[in-house]
Design a protein around this ligand. Structure first.
Ligand code: SF4
Length: 250
């Protein structure tokens, strides 16, 4: 029997470049476990974002395309339409998906493209130095909001999962936090469900993962985990917002 702690076959032995305490490593593992579970590694194509996960093609053992900033859903659409037998997923951060790529993700979801989107929400632009993102919380200090995000000047943080769940084209939309073993297991189940939706041709699936960015938050890894629970989850509620057909993989 395979040990639950062993490395998924979908992840290679490269040393990841992520900072200590970063949520990307956990999120990568959940995706890799799903590819292993469904036996789809050989026919999966990932689409990498611009952002801290830009090098994800170095870590997965499947093919990965690099998209221009925010355009991963458009690339995924083209891949899926030309190779409908393949499993296509995008992996995007909040700057990539919710800012410059907002149009692409909304229309991809609204068209009901049969692809899977993994959305990492850490409330900042990570790679470029911690600027304010569409998901930055009110009052949160960033390099471009040094006095805190201001409602009058900057508007509200955007809740992507809730917004996309209102579109007729979406089949599965969920959000979970990577802040505790229990929630990581729930996130794992959501990621599995999202890929299951695509494998069964049910349609567009989207999982938002609240993740730590200790470097740009200016916090230790453990304090970052506490911040997810004490601040992020208060504004970004956890749960399944839409599930057209119940998963049958368990
Ligand atoms: S800057 Fe933040 S999101 Fe980027 S690798 Fe470091 S901790 Fe992770």
């Amino acid at each position: 029997m395979k040990c639950v702690f062993s490395k998924p076959a979908a992840i290679n032995d490269s040393v990841m470049h992520y900072c200590p305490g970063c949520g990307h490593g956990v999120a990568h593992r959940l995706v890799a476990e799903a590819l292993d579970h469904f036996g789809i590694l050989e026919r999966t194509v990932g689409v990498a974002p611009v952002g801290c996960a830009v090098l994800m093609y170095d870590y997965f053992n499947c093919d990965v395309l690099e998209a221009p900033h925010g355009r991963a859903p458009a690339i995924a659409t083209g891949m899926k339409r030309t190779r409908p037998d393949h499993v296509i997923f995008t992996y995007q951060g909040d700057g990539d998906l919710a800012s410059i790529g907002l149009s692409e993700i909304v229309h991809c979801a609204n068209r009901g493209e049969n692809v899977t989107v993994i959305f990492i929400n850490n409330t900042v632009y990570g790679m470029t130095g911690g600027q304010m993102a569409p998901t930055t919380l009110l009052g949160q200090n960033t390099t471009t909001s040094p006095f805190g995000r201001n409602l009058n000047a900057d508007g509200y943080p955007i809740r992507m999962a809730e917004m996309l769940s209102t579109l007729e084209g979406t089949s599965f939309v969920a959000r979970m936090a990577l802040d505790s073993p229990g929630n990581i297991l729930k996130a794992r189940k959501m990621v599995f469900t999202a890929f299951d939706m695509q494998v069964r041709n049910i349609g567009f699936s989207f999982v938002e993962l609240l993740a730590a960015c200790p470097t740009n938050w200016g916090l230790s890894p453990s304090a970052s985990i506490r911040r997810i629970k004490e601040e992020l989850v208060q504004y970004f509620p956890l749960g399944i917002f839409k599930e057209k057909v119940k998963a049958d993989y368990l």
